[in-house]
Ligand binder design. Structure first.
Ligand code: M6R
Length: 609
């Protein structure tokens, strides 16, 4: 996945395609490529790494008089960020070029079938099957060929296709991944994001899921995937270029928080069935070895560490295997005991965090079996573990992790379910959790709509210097994460505590007006958290509670401020409870006039010790 640009018109396509790719750079990518007509078939040029490398190659090789082309920046999902895996992907004959965002879930079966019919594959991507399918079904009408190919796909796509035999058209389609078409004078464009179009036109139409379109220089014909014509209205983009870059959001952090419903879907897609059945590649690779494991050791840093603290509880509850969690920076130096029959699990968004990598290597050298939960495909950690589960959360640009954290929690729960099913977890319990996870994206959307209330809390906090976060069991790590988020972006001093620890010291800090934020869903420890809130309130604290409807009814005066979130399965609840805390950190930073996306002293990926 990442950015798509296509052009057909009368002007040289290359500068327009490159400008489009440039405007998509902010989304993150690890390789790029472009396809234009060549003397014999299509000419595809690709490069791994920065766009400048592609531009150098393009300048040396491509005929810049071509007036049609498609281009892509890739952020690896299937296969590492190599040149071979970069888009566009071609068929065997080199006549078809495809750029694609999304995930083709059944690509392994399709690849097997196509290979049996004689197709030769050159990449590890899911996208390449599409080029070969179009070759397989190619007839005079390119739209019909694409339509026939799409019938075989399970998964999501936003795609653009060129064919050497149809040099004056581009075919595009959408299911779950955005496609926007730009209409100019005597020229038509396509992109995955309107920011790639505004340099050329502001007149656009958005494809809806299940629609495809044929583009030529004079315009566009939109149909359904079943070939029924669709009338679409043109819209004018009103946003400034800066706003467009962030999808209309003021900051990447805000944009990424709003992507979380989709992040959860992507973490579950193809892995979790409604009846609780789990399909995890990593799990099947290691099934026999995992059966033999007596212990799981998790290592991670920062937010990934807090996600792991929740994950450990999920695994212990569902699979009854003992799990320890260590900060990677501690683990590597504390001379840990590494008993055999321990599986080591490294958790990292970037897959490049120096401490996590060093701790992983330490465990590997000691002979432990290693696994990973990693977002960045092809990253060092992803390559070095014996088996891994990808988050498929897409690039996270904001330094403060939001969607990667939510994705890590979702993946942990799926992994815990997979282990649990192997170890006697009753199927009806697995089904209950799967059903709750299915509803989760909708519930996250609901919580994201509480922005005004959170902003009101933030206006209170922005006046303070210290904030305490409280939670118990699964919500203790969420309190830690909430405090970390607030520290990172608002520079307020914040501490997360297990609320049962209050009397062991921290309550001494509480004085009149001291803000205490508690995670208080109506769960097995609700009464205890409520008591803790009453205790701090009795000493003058200003209390803020994130709670569920039943909690709201019973909190009474324990909470000066209460924000309601939906009730879900207890193991899913923390994934929902963290959303208001992310929003609170964001709104507090905004209220203080700080640069949310570039917090001082922080880097997105900590590749040095
Ligand atoms: O890339 P990783 O997940 O390994 O990164 C770990 C931490 O550096 C990261 O979570 C950091 O704490 C974030 N800034 C949190 O928002």
């Amino acid at each position: 996945m990442c950015g798509i640009v296509g052009y057909i018109g009368t002007r040289p396509a290359l500068p327009i395609l490159i400008r489009g790719l440039r405007s998509l750079e902010y989304r993150g990518y690890d390789s790029a490529g472009v396809a234009t007509p060549g003397t014999d078939g299509l000419r595809i040029v690709k490069a791994s790494g920065r766009l400048d490398r592609l531009i150098e190659r393009v300048e040396q090789t491509v005929d810049d008089t071509a007036t049609i082309g498609i281009a892509h920046t890739r952020w690896a999902t299937h296969g590492p960020p190599t040149e071979a895996n970069a888009h566009p992907h071609a068929d065997c004959s080199g006549a078809v070029a495809v750029v694609h965002n999304g995930i083709i879930e059944n690509f392994s079966e399709l690849k097997l079938w196509l290979e049996k019919s004689g197709h030769r594959f050159v990449s590890e991507t899911d996208t390449e099957v599409l080029a070969h399918l179009i070759e397989e079904y190619h007839e005079n009408d390119l739209s019909a060929s694409v339509r026939a190919a799409l019938r075989h796909l399970r998964g999501t796509y936003g795609l653009a296709v060129m064919h050497a035999a149809h040099p004056r058209e581009i075919v595009v389609a959408r299911l779950g991944s955005p496609i926007v078409i730009g209409i100019g004078t005597g020229e038509t464009l396509v992109a995955s994001d309107p920011s790639a179009l505004v340099g050329t036109t502001r007149n656009v139409m958005y494809l809806d899921d299940g629609e495809m379109a044929r583009l030529d220089a004079s315009g566009v014909q939109v149909t359904t995937l079943q070939a029924a014509p669709v009338e679409k209205a043109l819209q004018e983009i009103q946003w400034t270029e800066k706003e467009i870059e962030k999808g209309g959001f003021a900051h990447y952090m805000l944009k990424e928080m709003h992507e979380q419903p989709e992040t959860v879907r992507s973490a579950l897609r193809g892995r979790l069935a409604s009846d609780g059945g789990v399909t995890l590649g990593a799990f099947s690779d290691l099934r026999a070895a995992l059966k033999d494991m007596r212990r799981i050791q998790i290592i991670a840093c920062g937010s990934a560490y807090y996600a792991s603290l929740v994950g450990a509880q999920m695994i212990e509850r569902l699979a009854r295997i003992p799990v320890s969690v260590d900060l990677a920076s501690e683990y590597r130096y504390r001379e840990p005991v590494m008993p055999s029959r321990t599986a080591l699990l490294a958790v990292s968004q970037s897959g490049e965090t120096a401490d996590t990598l060093a701790a992983l290597r330490l465990a590997k050298n000691a002979g432990l079996m290693t696994m990973g939960i990693v977002n960045a495909v092809g990253s060092t950690i992803a390559r070095e573990v014996d088996a891994g589960i990808y988050n498929h959360a897409g690039p996270e640009i904001g330094v403060a992790s939001t969607k990667a954290f939510v994705s890590q929690l979702s993946v942990f729960l799926v992994f815990a379910l997979a282990l649990g099913r192997e170890r006697g977890l009753p199927p009806d319990e697995a089904e209950r959790i799967a059903k709750a996870l299915e509803l989760l994206p909708m519930q996250i959307e609901r919580v994201l709509r509480s922005r005004d209330q959170v902003a009101e809390w933030a206006s209170q906090l922005s006046e303070k210097r210290h904030v305490m976060y409280l939670g118990r069991t699964l919500h203790y790590p969420i309190a830690l994460e909430g405090a970390l988020k607030l520290k990172e972006v608002s520079y307020l001093h914040a501490e997360g505590y297990a609320s049962g620890e209050m009397k062991h010291g921290p309550i001494a800090m509480v004085e009149a007006g001291f803000p205490v934020v508690a995670l208080a869903p109506h769960d097995a420890v609700f009464e205890k958290v409520k008591n803790n809130l009453e205790e701090v309130r009795a000493r003058g604290a200003k209390t803020f509670a994130v709670t569920t409807p039943e909690g709201l009814r019973t909190l009474g005066r324990a909470a000066d401020n209460a924000l309601e979130i939906p009730t879900t399965h207890p193991l899913v609840q923390p994934i929902l409870s963290v959303i208001p805390l992310q929003m609170l950190a964001y709104e507090t930073a905004v209220a203080k006039g700080l640069d949310v996306d570039k917090p001082r002293n922080l880097a997105k990926s900590v590749t040095v010790e």
